[in-house]
Design a binder for this molecule. Structure first.
Ligand SMILES: [Zn+2]
Length: 206
């Protein structure tokens, strides 16, 4: 059974058996509404299909419909990545931006949430192009992105690497990376303004 609260970060890798026996069989194809050439060029994904864990895919579709009703058009940049694709991603960032940048933004195989099928990088279509969720030159987000961050929890998602929590997540602020944890946990995390790391620590102390 899928464990929606699973913690995967730079210190905690996904177990090989969990990856093979739980993650891989639970994947379903999901429509991205974006051109996925980046997946092909960087991650060597031959068929360009994006996959997510089944419930995560369903909930994202609900979130996307809800956003659409509020004039925010969502797409997916990147969903599940295999260990092999994760390695391509890491090496790509090392080549393009250097080792330090790669360490901060692309994890090794097994240490990335993209290997769980529960996480995705989303995007917003604005002014006739994708890229609406990216940080501006001053490191700020636009109003659509800010709005999105206030509704994620209603669909079981959390903003996984929020601003101001970099010392805990060990990741820079990523307004696009969202993670499915289930509605109970997402609401708790949102209301308490904590991270998944802090949630897991609290839970282990109960
Ligand atoms: Zn991501």
């Amino acid at each position: 059974m899928t464990y929606y609260k699973i913690l995967v970060n730079k210190d905690t890798r996904i177990e090989e058996l969990y990856y093979e026996n739980i993650v891989k069989p639970s994947l379903v194809p999901v429509e991205t509404f974006k051109n996925n050439d980046m997946l092909y060029n960087i991650f060597h994904v031959e068929d360009k299909t994006t996959y997510l864990e089944k419930t995560t895919a369903n909930k994202f579709n609900l979130l996307r419909n809800y956003a659409k009703g509020n004039n925010v058009i969502l797409g997916i940049t990147s969903g599940f990545l295999t260990f092999e694709q994760q390695m391509f991603k890491y090496e790509y960032f090392v080549r393009k931006r250097g080792k330090e940048f790669a360490e901060k933004s692309a994890c090794f195989p097994g240490y990335s949430e993209h290997n769980t099928g529960l996480a995705l990088d989303c995007d917003i279509f604005k002014n006739n192009k994708w890229g609406g969720i990216a940080l501006d030159s001053e490191g700020n987000i636009n109003s659509e992105t800010a709005w999105l961050h206030t509704v994620l929890h209603k669909f079981g998602f959390i903003l996984r690497y929020p601003k101001g929590k970099e010392n805990i997540t060990k990741m820079k602020f990523e307004p696009w990376h969202i993670r499915y944890v289930g509605e109970d946990v997402s609401k708790f995390i949102y209301e308490k303004r904590i991270t998944l790391e802090e949630y897991c620590k609290l839970e282990s102390n109960i």
